[in-house]
Unconditional design. Structure first.
Length: 338
C-alpha cells in the first residue's frame, strides 16, 4: 500500500457516500475515507456528491483503512501532537482551534495541546465580527508561522477564508460565461441597480439592464430576497486578485424587445394616447407602449420656443395625444408630433 505523510495533500474523487462516511479514490485496492460530517453545511445539507473532485489531507492509517480530512480538528490535532501541526504548516492543511481569549494585539488560540496567536487583522474576512464574539468558539485557521518546535505558532483565519474564496471564484469563472442564463437572488438594492447572488458570487444588475421600460426606482421593481432569472452580459475575472472579479447580468435581455414590432404596430400617421415619460430641454419623451418612448421635439410644440422651460408647462405622467411622424427602427427612435 502506498505510504502517505501526515498532512500530505491529495486531489481525489468521491466514489461513494454512506450514512456517516465519504469514500474517496486512491488508485489502490483500498479506498480512503473522510468523515461525512465534514461535508455538511450549517443547514444540514450535503455539499458533495459521487464523482466530485475534492482536496483532502492524510491523517492516519489503521490496517487497510486510510483516514483523510478536509480540515484538522482540535481533537485530531491533540492526538497527533506537534508533528501534525508542523506538517499542517508545511502543507497548508487547515486546522481548527478554540479561541481562548483576547490578548495584546489579537487572540490566544488553543489547537490540540499547543497554543497559538492570531492577530486581530487575521481574524475574519469580509464580514468581520466584533473581537469578543470569537472568544470561546472553534474557528478554522491556517498556520502561517511555526517556530521553536511549536512554541511560537501564528495562525490566520483571514488567509484561509481568502483561499477558499479564491478557489470558489476560480471555479465560478469557468461556469459563469457571457451568454449563460442563471438563477439569482437579489441581495441589495442601490440607486444604480441591484446586487444579486449567483452561487455565492455577487454580480451587478445595472438599472439600465432591469427592463426595456425605463426604471427610475429599483425598489419599485425588485426586492431583497427575490428570485430572478438573468443573462450574463459581462465578466471581468481577476486572476491575481479574484475577489476583485466582476460580473454583470441583465434581466432585460430575457424580455421580448418591444421595438421589434414597432413599425407594424405604429405605422406613420398612427394616432396614440400616450403619457409624458420624461421632460428634456429639447422636447418631451412620450410613452406610447411598454418600453417604447418617442420624442416630441420642442419645435413641434405650438407657441413654444427653445428657451421655454418645459418643466413649468408639462408634468411627467400627464396624458398626451400624439401622432407618429417617423420611425427609426435601427436607432430605436420615434419622432412624434401633437
Amino acid at each position: 500500500m502506498k505510504g502517505f505523510e501526515i498532512g500530505e495533500e491529495i486531489e481525489t474523487t468521491v466514489v461513494q457516500i454512506s450514512n456517516d462516511t465519504v469514500f474517496i479514490d486512491l488508485g489502490l485496492k483500498s479506498e480512503g475515507f473522510v468523515e461525512k460530517a465534514e461535508f455538511v453545511d450549517k443547514d444540514g445539507n450535503l455539499t458533495v456528491k459521487e464523482g466530485d473532485k475534492i482536496k483532502v489531507y492524510f491523517v492516519s492509517a489503521n490496517r487497510d483503512e486510510l483516514h483523510f480530512t478536509t480540515r484538522l480538528s482540535a481533537d485530531k490535532a491533540a492526538k497527533a501532537g506537534l508533528e501534525m501541526l508542523e506538517n499542517a504548516y508545511k502543507s497548508g492543511l487547515p486546522v481548527e482551534g478554540k479561541v481562548e481569549g483576547e490578548i495584546k494585539g489579537g487572540f490566544e488560540v488553543k489547537i490540540g495541546g499547543a497554543r497559538a496567536f492570531c492577530p486581530y487583522s487575521q481574524m475574519g474576512y469580509k464580514n468581520r465580527a466584533e473581537p469578543a464574539s470569537y472568544v470561546g468558539k472553534n474557528v478554522a485557521f491556517v498556520i502561517t508561522e511555526y517556530k521553536n518546535e511549536g512554541k511560537n505558532i501564528i495562525v490566520s483565519n483571514r488567509r484561509l477564508l481568502e483561499n477558499e474564496e479564491n478557489e470558489k471564484i476560480g471555479a465560478l469563472s469557468k461556469e459563469l460565461v457571457v451568454g449563460k442564463i442563471v438563477s439569482a437572488t437579489v441581495t441589495s438594492l442601490q440607486s444604480y441597480g441591484a446586487f444579486v447572488d449567483i452561487g455565492g458570487f455577487q454580480a451587478l444588475l445595472p438599472i439600465s439592464e432591469i427592463s426595456h421600460e425605463r426604471v427610475e426606482d429599483v425598489a419599485s421593481v425588485l426586492s431583497v430576497g427575490q428570485k430572478i432569472e438573468a443573462k450574463i452580459i459581462k465578466t471581468e475575472w481577476n486572476e491575481e486578485h479574484p475577489d476583485r472579479s466582476r460580473v454583470s447580468v441583465s434581466t432585460k435581455e430575457l424580455e421580448t424587445d418591444p421595438w421589434d414590432n414597432v413599425a407594424s404596430q405604429f405605422p406613420v400617421g398612427t394616432k396614440i394616447s400616450g403619457s409624458i415619460a420624461r421632460i428634456a430641454p429639447f422636447g418631451l419623451f412620450v410613452n406610447i407602449a411598454k418600453g417604447v418612448d418617442g420624442l416630441v421635439h420642442v419645435s413641434a410644440l405650438d407657441g413654444i420656443t427653445s428657451n421655454t422651460n418645459l418643466k413649468k408647462m408639462f408634468k411627467v405622467g400627464e396624458a398626451f395625444d400624439v401622432v407618429v411622424e417617423k420611425i427609426g427602427e435601427d436607432e430605436k427612435r420615434i419622432s412624434l408630433r401633437p
